[in-house]
Design a protein around this ligand. Structure first.
Ligand SMILES: [Mn+2]
Length: 375
């Protein structure tokens, strides 16, 4: 169900068809009424993935076609496998700027946020936008975190049933009446390919395929998109995956997979943090495994938890237990000793000698309970 909410107020749902509520939201007015003086920033969550990045590049192309100024603002350079989205492989190149508040950037009229509603994943940009009174439009398909969108400056255009943010963005472009050209279609198609993992995770809906069929005639070299996003192994990455897989523990009668990866292993193989996603995804290719948990060291004392599950098993609640979020079948969190201790009724296990052990001790019972309940 698509809905557009005016920050803080409950979303107004329409049935089946996407539309904004009667009182047209400010962000929509800014886009529909944009002039040559209008500037829009595009951003997505930290450690951006193929969905958020493809949406940025697609919307940048759309803004360009409308003669609207744009700036793509990220928190790190796009991962190697995503660079094709921004170069001339996919259309006219789209430059990416790394956000730096010290640079005192001229404030935009609107910031469009893709593929997350968790404003913590946009820091320090979200604080900067609050200070400068910049409105934000969230285009997303995740469960909404009430705390993160409760700002009068934030509006949402969300479809929680969509399999990718690209699908949600397309519905907004249609609403705006903007033409979808090859440069836009190629990137939207990439968003679908990435988030559905080649049309495997389609949420039991024909929508992703219907949209793909609409986009395909305009897509530049679709097979290369598959190659960039899904067939991008290098010998060293294969070495990294071999290491990751050799550390995988399969527990609970084959139903739970656990992998713990320290930082040095990424260094050794020159691996991207995002490469670890492939290790945890691989675990779910084991028939008996229902849930996979990956713990990845981001920095000393800070670990990223990635949880994946098969249909019928939810990992969202476990992620929320450590202040994360996501979907039922893919969720995550960034965990420190402090965040682990914040839940008063569930202090870290004092016998845990290190953080990953403590995180595992917190999450494993929740995941095993979820498996038991749904077997
Ligand atoms: Mn997504």
């Amino acid at each position: 169900m698509k809905s557009c909410s005016n920050g803080g107020m409950s979303p107004s749902n329409s049935t089946g068809k996407s539309s904004f509520s009667n009182t047209a939201p400010a962000s929509f007015q800014i886009l529909a009424g944009a002039t040559r003086d209008t500037t829009v920033w595009l951003t997505t969550h930290r450690q951006a993935d193929g969905d958020g990045l493809a949406c940025e590049a697609a919307f940048a192309a759309a803004l360009r076609s409308q003669g609207i100024n744009f700036k793509t603002i990220n928190f790190e350079a796009p991962g190697t496998k995503y660079q094709f989205l921004f170069d001339d492989t996919s259309g006219q190149p789209v430059p990416v700027t790394i956000f730096d508040p010290d640079f005192a950037p001229k404030k935009p009229d609107l910031i469009v946020v893709f593929d997350t509603n968790d404003m913590r994943l946009l820091e320090p940009l979200s604080s900067w936008a609050n200070e400068h009174g910049v409105p934000r439009l969230i285009i997303d398909h995740h469960e909404e975190l009430p705390a993160s969108i409760a700002s009068s400056l934030t509006e949402t255009w969300v479809d929680k049933k969509a399999a990718s943010s690209g699908e949600v963005l397309l519905s907004l472009l249609d609403q705006l009446g903007w033409t979808i050209d090859s440069s836009i279609a190629t990137r939207l198609y990439a968003s679908l390919v990435f988030d559905t993992q080649n049309f495997r995770f389609i949420r039991a809906s024909a929508n992703s395929h219907t949209i793909a069929a609409r986009l395909l005639p305009l897509v530049k070299d679709p097979e290369r998109i598959h190659e960039y996003l899904l067939a991008n192994l290098t010998p060293s990455k294969l070495g990294f995956m071999a290491q990751g897989l050799s550390r995988m523990r399969i527990e609970a009668e084959g139903r739970l997979a656990v992998v713990v990866l320290e930082r040095d292993i990424f260094h050794r193989y020159g691996a991207d943090p995002s490469d670890s996603g492939d290790v945890v995804d691989m675990a779910l290719n084991v028939h008996s495994v229902k849930i996979a948990m990956l713990l990845r060291e981001e920095a000393p004392g800070r670990w990223k938890v990635s949880l994946r599950s098969k249909k019928g098993f939810s990992v969202l609640e476990a992620a929320e237990n450590v202040f994360g979020g996501g979907h039922r079948n893919a969720a995550g969190a960034t965990v420190t000793w402090e965040s682990l201790a914040t839940k008063t009724n569930a202090a870290p296990d004092p016998s845990a000698s290190n953080l990953p052990v403590a995180i595992e001790a917190r999450l494993k019972p929740l995941l095993l309970e979820e498996i038991r309940r749904n077997m």
